[in-house]
Design a protein around this ligand. Sequence first.
Ligand code: ZN
Length: 186
Amino acid sequence: MPTRNQAKEAVKILLGYLEDDVEREGLLDTPERVIDSWDEIFSGYSMDAESILSSTFNGEGYDGIVLLKNIEFHSTCEHHLQPFSGKAHIAYIPVDRIVGISKLSRIVECHARRLQNQERITKNIADDLERYLSPLGCAVIIEAAHGCMRCRGVKQANALMTTSALRGVFFDKAEPRQELFQLINN
Ligand SMILES: [Zn+2]
């Protein structure tokens, strides 16, 4: 893997592709700032799904839907390095362990803050919920607007993409699925 300094040099080369004078005041610290911002927007690589979802509590018999909706997220399209962002809705039905509510938004960050596509984020979150919580069912629904569509190519500023992963009873049975979508649309 290249060092941080090599990464900064690479950004400088890319700037030079756009402008001759990459030493001008406004651009002087841009490589440093770009790599700093990458540390944040790609911080998912240093997060670990297992440690996020391993702090569970006794559900004390609760067997209804747990839904955290409108989780804001920002990610980066791996094809164009353009941002895409939107909302995630995460639900599960516990068997006997429940997880701290903030962990559900952490698990979104864990997958969103990487080079991604929306489909993979959706699937990976559902895989983790299944693997670490063993719920009766789980669901991940993501709606996002993609920078690579807004600013370039087909220039669709208002198009929203929705992806979903439904597992367990949310996949098998119409009733819990209906209840879930009612709760999300409330
Ligand atoms: Zn893209």
